[in-house]
Design a protein around this ligand. Structure first.
Ligand code: PNS
Length: 161
């Protein structure tokens, strides 16, 4: 039986931290699906189509990684793709409470669905999409924090504004 895991997120935009986690995760599963949340209530900087395209380009070298978008409950989405595991990253203790709450809620919704946490490379422990957007929007460099396609997309997006 194929072991499939889903790595969900907003990915607005995808960072080297996300990619480091996906690279670690993909070694433990036959298939890893990066699932980009579409129905975001917060106004994303990049549309769902843009976020999916940026993630897809960034994971292109990895044959067992797929990219998809989803709406609604993550537990339902995981079931629809036959995933038994949700993969999430914990960068620091401050991530823990939010991640535990989500893991418990997802267990309540789908008792057979396990959440697995991995720790990204410590070089990315301070990297978040929110800070990347803020720094790039203020003209700072995020070149070593995001892949080149994202860096270009950020420059384009902020030069349009
Ligand atoms: O990277 P993020 O933005 O912290 O990811 C959050 C995400 C997408 C994992 C979370 O918001 C989510 O799973 N949303 C789908 C809606 C859902 O299933 N909610 C209840 C479970 S906590």
């Amino acid at each position: 039986m194929k072991r499939t895991a889903v790595y969900p997120g907003t990915f607005d935009p995808v960072t080297h931290g996300h990619l480091d986690l996906a690279d670690r995760g993909r070694r433990h599963f036959d298939k890893l699906v990066l699932a980009v949340l579409g129905n975001e209530t917060k106004e994303p900087l990049f549309s769902i189509e843009e976020r999916v395209a940026l993630v897809r380009e960034a994971v292109a070298p990895w044959p067992n990684v797929e990219v998809d978008n989803f709406d609604g409950l993550l537990a339902d989405y995981a079931e629809s793709v036959g995933a038994g595991v949700i993969l999430r990253g914990i960068r620091a203790a401050s991530d823990f409470e939010y991640e535990m709450q989500m893991a418990m809620m997802n267990r309540h919704l789908a008792p057979g669905l396990e959440t697995v946490f991995l720790v990204p490379n410590e070089a990315y422990s301070y990297v978040s999409s929110r800070l990347v957007r803020e720094v790039a929007g203020l003209g700072g460099s995020v070149d070593n924090l995001v892949p080149a396609n994202v860096s270009r997309a950020l420059k384009r997006r902020f030069s349009e504004r």
